[in-house]
Design a protein around this ligand. Structure first.
Ligand code: GLY
Length: 356
């Protein structure tokens, strides 16, 4: 069995383990002294698919196991749901000698991680991503959050897991749009920092991704991990990971999340690459190459949201600071930079990016 292990040297270091079919022996990968009781936090989609196999492995290894399930979907990533999780932990007398397993996609990981961070001022947790998107992005780097009415991920904390364990076989049960959500973040990692990796991913179909999925997830985790090590708390370089995300969060907000995160990121990257060229921030328009990276998937790049609507949605986002905003723009493929612009310039950038 092919297993890759990548160390993330954050303030509290941890391993990311990636392999095919490793869920059934999950307990064997856990670090020692995690605790006595494992609290599996998952959603109603993942529950029937993977909770039983994880529970069995934990029980056989001698852990007590309890589970908490919430309804899947971005609209449940709320402070209200977080409080329900915290009350469940308290009602079940979970202590600092116990730990959480975040079993699912990014929403589960973000909420379970946040619950772990604040419950009893912090208990350990394990990220077990079951989507391609969570595997290459949210399960690594310790960002946890819930959404507020004003925008996505506005309440949260940096809180690193004790370990991340990714079984790439779980991606087989994803629908095509959810699989393509992971493609967006993988393509993004190549585009911002590793041209050879970006080229390697060009025009792949889902089947071609799955043929090399352990290596592809591992390369993503390496790229993201090195950024997190350099700037865990997003004071500088980590902002590169937000390439396309200001536009993406605005699209998600304007469509009430009918457009998935990955589709919004793919569209956001195209908008920012096109606008960067038209504004003279770079010498070439890379938007077509970004589009080509998704030719194996039915991603939606066209949006009927106006630049005005997007700018209004974006400016309530947390990346606004005073009258300036940081955006990420390409200088070349594999070499993106952070640029500070006036808040008032964002509307023009969205306009230029949305024009064909
Ligand atoms: N998803 C971007 C980050 O973790 O910083």
């Amino acid at each position: 069995m092919k297993i890759k292990k990548i160390k993330i040297n954050a303030k509290t270091p941890y391993d990311v383990i990636i392999g095919k079919g490793i869920l059934s022996d999950l307990a064997a990968e856990l670090p020692e002294n995690l605790g006595k009781t494992a609290v599996i936090i998952t959603d109603n989609n993942v529950l029937p698919l993977y909770e039983p196999v994880v529970r069995k492995s934990l029980k056989e290894a001698g852990f007590s196991v309890i589970s908490y399930t919430f309804e899947s979907g971005e609209k449940h990533k709320t402070p209200k749901e977080l409080i329900k999780i915290l009350n469940f932990l308290a009602d079940n007398k979970v202590t600092r000698s116990d730990f959480i397993i975040a079993l699912g996609g990014g929403i589960v990981g973000d909420m379970a991680g946040f619950a772990a961070g604040v419950y009893l001022r912090g208990i350990k947790y394990v990220q077990v991503p079951t989507t391609f998107l969570a595997a290459v992005d949210s399960s690594v780097g310790g960002k946890t959050a819930v959404n507020l009415n004003a925008g996505k991920n506005l309440a949260g904390m940096f809180y690193q897991p004790a370990i991340t364990i990714c079984d790439t076989d779980t991606f087989k049960t994803l629908d095509d749009i959810t699989f393509a959500d992971g493609v967006s973040e993988a393509v993004k990692h190549g585009f911002i920092l590793d041209e050879a990796f970006f080229r390697k991913l060009q025009s792949r179909t889902r089947e071609e991704y799955m043929n090399e999925i352990v290596e592809i997830v591992a390369r993503n985790v390496e790229i993201k991990g090195r950024i997190v090590e350099a700037d865990e708390f997003e004071q500088g370089k980590r902002q590169l990971l937000n390439f396309g995300h200001t536009a993406a969060h605005a699209i998600e907000k304007c469509t009430d999340h009918a457009v998935s995160h990955g589709q919004a990121v793919a569209t956001g990257m195209v908008i920012m690459a096109r606008a960067a060229y038209k504004k003279g921030f770079c010498n070439a328009d890379f938007s077509m190459e970004i589009k080509e990276a998704f030719s194996g998937f039915k991603s939606i790049f066209d949006t009927d949201i106006t630049a005005e609507e997007m700018a209004e949605a974006a400016l309530s986002d947390k990346k606004r600071s005073g009258e300036k905003i940081n955006i990420v723009i390409p200088e070349s493929i594999g070499n993106c930079v952070i640029k500070q612009i006036e808040v008032s310039e964002l509307l023009e950038i969205f306009k230029l990016g949305l024009e064909k």
